[in-house]
Design a protein around this ligand. Sequence first.
Ligand SMILES: Cc1ncc(COP(=O)(O)O)c(C=O)c1O
Length: 297
Amino acid sequence: MLPLRKNIAEMTGYVPGFQPQEKGWTKLNTNENPHPPSPKVVAAIAAEMANGGEKLRKYPDAGSRQARAAAAELYGVDPEWVIMANGSDELLNNLIRAFAGEGEEIAYVHPSYSYYATLAEIQGAEIRTFGLTEDFRIADFPERYMGKIFFLASPNAPLGFMFDNDYIEELAGRCAGVLVVDEAYVDFADGSAMALVKKHENIVITRTFSKSYSLAGMRLGLAVARPEVIQALDKIRDHYHLDRLALVAAAAALKDQEHLELNIARIRIVRDYFSNENRLSGDPFTRQFYFCQPTGW
Ligand SMILES: Cc1ncc(COP(=O)(O)O)c(C=O)c1O
């Protein structure tokens, strides 16, 4: 018998969203973007590959400085408040490793991103879930929640609604540990909790490049939090967690907000059409929408 840790031996592991093998489908189950990324991202990657990939001989910048600086400028914070990551999944994982020891509790809203649970299981942390009330508040949330982390996907996936900032501030006040606001889908919504990071020391914001930036294949994410949290996450991550191509892609994507706006506008148009059609048909799971038409690029 291999000497696996008990929790690893017993856990089932995460099952990622179904990936059909035939070409030509736009899948909606993992929310990949059907549109291409910014041409500036593609050009930055090509430039990094110039001269027969000569630059690939060398390790990337372990501190992701250019990408951090681009994010800091975009969000109006100092670079010490930002960390880049290999997908926001890396941040969710390292937040649990940083804050929740074995047997300590983390919590999240059900339904939302079930990967929080898998990451907690790896760490041997206890998992608690909270449901939602009819008006989209957290059901039975204690006056003082003593768990180490509370993960709040806002906008919620799969339900799509967003928690307002007053409520997020109230939750931050009630959390003895860290409140992680997972803003994976925030670019498609109105508003963000980003401004609350400076007001509440226990709020951490995570973002992904996989959805609005059309870069799921590059594996990029970032977090904004106070420098003490960023320093802790920097200690935990692998030194060279982002490769050269991902780093230049991240900086170029963050700097091309015009393309991001275009990308978001296109998705919003289809989203409105989709919701209207479903409202009219009365069938929210119409198969023709679940795997919708080929995109043709
Ligand atoms: C709510 C939520 N958070 C985080 C992620 C992970 O994003 P990434 O691709 O950056 O790891 C996803 C991906 O589907 C998600 O739905």
